[in-house]
Design a protein around this ligand. Structure first.
Ligand SMILES: C[S@@+](CC[C@H](N)C(=O)[O-])C[C@H]1O[C@@H](n2cnc3c(N)ncnc32)[C@H](O)[C@@H]1O
Length: 256
């Protein structure tokens, strides 16, 4: 991810700025931005928002983990519970920079929900304010275990009338940004790549799938087949020996 963040932060002036981090998630990107603020003299601050509503996640523990991750840079960050679609705790045009890292995929359904978030970003940004978006693009290669993993999970959630995540295409996002009168100043696609760190996330994924399937309102036979399929995908990725990280799109734009 380092080169992605290097590109995201390149040429961003971090002096005396109010930055909105939407959404803070685990605080990985926030930590990188806070470190950079520190290097540049420590004159800016980050307001990191999140809905903090992932089922099964304890909000206080989650915030504690973010603060731990931030370490000595926590002094630059204020953590707030807020919904990206309605940032009503912020007046119009009070934010200099927005960092929206790895969050668009959760703003479903696309593309209109993304437009709703982007127009809220536009409202709170000052004129000439900068919006930096980092977002996963869809994996195209259907032979990849990772493609199966994501699409199996999406299918399972949809069977239950829910939606987990959907990736937006770079062209769709650019179109939405232009509709809202943002000027694109830099953009880059980072190609998909392999990661050796597959064991822990894969085990967690299998466990989540098993529990989710277990609670589906379907026959025992169907649930057995679905559990078998989740295990088959798990083994395929285990045999392949890696996870496929999706391609990423980074786009930086200015509010005109
Ligand atoms: C993958 S995480 C973001 C990663 C984060 N930028 C980091 O570096 O760790 C996506 C986050 O978006 C949050 N989220 C999704 N929809 C949201 C919404 N409507 N309002 C606020 N936060 C939301 C989720 O709670 C989740 O924590």
């Amino acid at each position: 991810m380092d080169e992605i963040y290097d590109f995201a932060l390149k040429d961003i002036d971090l002096h005396n700025k109010v930055i909105l981090d939407a959404a803070i998630g685990a605080g990985h990107a926030t930590r990188i931005w806070a470190e950079k603020i520190h290097e540049e003299g420590g004159t800016s601050k980050i307001i990191g928002v999140d809905a903090f509503e992932i089922p099964g996640e304890d909000q206080e523990e989650w915030k504690k983990a973010i603060v731990e991750r931030l370490g000595k840079f926590k002094k630059y960050v204020e953590i707030r519970k807020a919904n990206i679609f309605n940032l009503d705790f912020l007046e119009d045009e009070v934010i200099d920079i927005i960092n929206c890292d790895d969050t668009l995929v959760f703003l479903n359904p696309k593309p209109l929900r993304v437009l709703q978030a982007l127009s809220e970003f536009r409202r709170v940004l000052k004129k000439n304010g900068i919006l930096v978006i980092t977002t996963e693009l869809p994996l195209k290669d259907r032979r990849e275990g990772q493609w199966l993993r994501w699409n199996f999970a999406k299918g399972i959630y949809e069977m239950n009338g829910e939606r987990w995540s959907t990736e937006i295409e770079a062209e769709e996002l650019k179109y939405a940004l232009q509709l809202l009168n943002f000027e694109i100043v830099a953009e880059r696609i980072f190609e998909a790549r392999r990661s050796e760190k597959y064991e822990a996330p894969m085990k967690e994924w299998l466990q989540i799938m098993m529990n989710y399937i277990h609670n589906l309102p379907y026959s025992k036979n169907l649930k057995k087949s679905l559990k078998g399929e989740a295990e088959r995908i798990y083994k395929k990725i285990e045999n392949e020996g890696y996870l496929m990280m999706p391609p990423y799109y980074v786009v930086k734009c200015r509010k005109k």
